[in-house]
Design a protein. Structure first.
Length: 112
């Protein structure tokens, strides 16, 4: 995954819509993977359960460009505000240190 692009977003589900938000995100991220655009992992902050951390690993810049132009992706982006808000985004994170090369890819490849 040498050409992969790593992104991160902090999400806040709409109060009362948490379960719907999880299902929506699961469906959205599964579609993104099925189309070979990205791998996604979603974390919940246990000390602040209404805060989610989303990590996306785009398979390539071309995959990201294809997703940006895909009407299926646009449908999800349009519905997203019904379930959550994005408070912070980081579009391109550059890895500068890891105790193990490829750890993010390894975690995602195992389905954890």
């Amino acid at each position: 995954m040498k050409d992969s692009i790593r992104s991160m977003a902090i999400l806040k589900p709409i109060p009362g819509q948490e379960l719907e938000a999880f299902e929506f995100l699961r469906e959205f991220y599964s579609m993104m993977y099925a189309k070979q655009y990205s791998r996604d992992i979603l974390f919940r902050d246990l000390k602040n359960p209404n805060t989610l951390v989303h990590i996306r690993i785009w398979f390539s810049n071309e995959a990201r460009e294809s997703a940006v132009n895909d009407p299926d992706v646009h449908r999800y982006w349009k519905k997203f505000p019904e379930f959550a808000t994005i408070t912070t985004t980081y579009e391109e994170l550059e890895p500068i240190f890891s105790t193990r090369d490829g750890i993010v890819e390894d975690i995602l490849d195992t389905g954890v």
